[in-house]
Design a protein around this ligand. Structure first.
Ligand SMILES: O=C(O)c1ccccc1N[C@@H]1O[C@H](COP(=O)(O)O)[C@@H](O)[C@H]1O
Length: 218
């Protein structure tokens, strides 16, 4: 079995980035939306001078941001992927894609209409992050959703040839269950945090679980 793409999201300090930067993750995420994990582009710019991230792609997460807000971040940082985690419309996603000429992922909440939404957004988005639907929160809630629906999301993403990440409450304790469903990508934030910081022991356990799963599935 090949290893899924791993995204470690919600890096909010130099210390977080030093830790996740030396991980085997493929993507590192930064939150530019209202959140306890919000970062400022100019701070991140300084942190990146001290961290090796060449083997990783940087993902900027926005929630219903205007083009000029996204632009301020894009002007300062080498962002590879723009992740829209709000209620952006298909037209807005297409505008963001057209304007920044960068990969754009749409985060979609898991609910009875997610598969329909994937088809709808397929004309504009390059990929999807399926996250739990939690009242009055856009993401980073640490809540899982009903993973019995994951195979249908994987199939839909394959049919429309899009990147797919499963997010929401993934931890070192439950990641093997998710790996058993073979998602192409896994997105983790709260699950590797302790006291508001990314935690080395949790990250090590997470990577051990991924490596263990990949080696026994070969
Ligand atoms: O992490 C946040 O604070 C956040 C805020 C606003 C939008 C998205 C956010 N995070 C995204 O949510 C997923 C799931 O997080 P978790 O693992 O359940 O904590 C995370 O990977 C981000 O993409």
């Amino acid at each position: 079995m090949s290893k899924p793409l791993i995204k470690l999201c919600g890096n909010r300090s130099l210390e977080d980035l030093k830790l996740t930067g030396k991980s085997k993750a493929d993507y590192l995420g930064l939150i530019f939306a209202e959140s306890k994990r919000t970062v400022e582009a100019l701070d991140v710019k300084e942190w990146l001078k001290e961290v090796e991230t060449e083997d990783k792609q940087l993902v900027a997460i926005f929630v219903n941001a205007r083009l000029n807000e996204i632009e301020q971040v894009m002007n300062e940082l080498p962002i590879d992927v723009i992740q829209c985690h709000g209620s952006e419309t298909v037209k807005e996603i297409a505008e963001i894609k057209h304007h920044f000429k960068r990969e754009v992922w749409k985060a979609l909440p898991h609910y009875e209409g997610t598969l329909t939404d994937m088809k709808l957004y397929a004309e504009a988005a390059d990929g999807f992050v399926i996250d739990s639907k939690v009242k009055e929160a856009f993401g980073g809630t640490g809540q899982t959703f009903d993973w019995s629906k994951v195979p249908s999301y994987i199939q839909a993403a394959e049919e429309i040839n899009k990147t797919l990440f499963i997010a929401g409450g993934i931890t070192p304790g439950n990641i093997e269950q998710l790996l058993g469903l073979h998602p192409p990508g896994i997105d983790i934030s709260s699950g590797i945090e302790q006291n508001g910081k990314k935690d080395e022991a949790l990250l090590t356990r997470l990577e051990e679980r991924v490596n263990h799963h990949v080696s026994v599935s070969r």
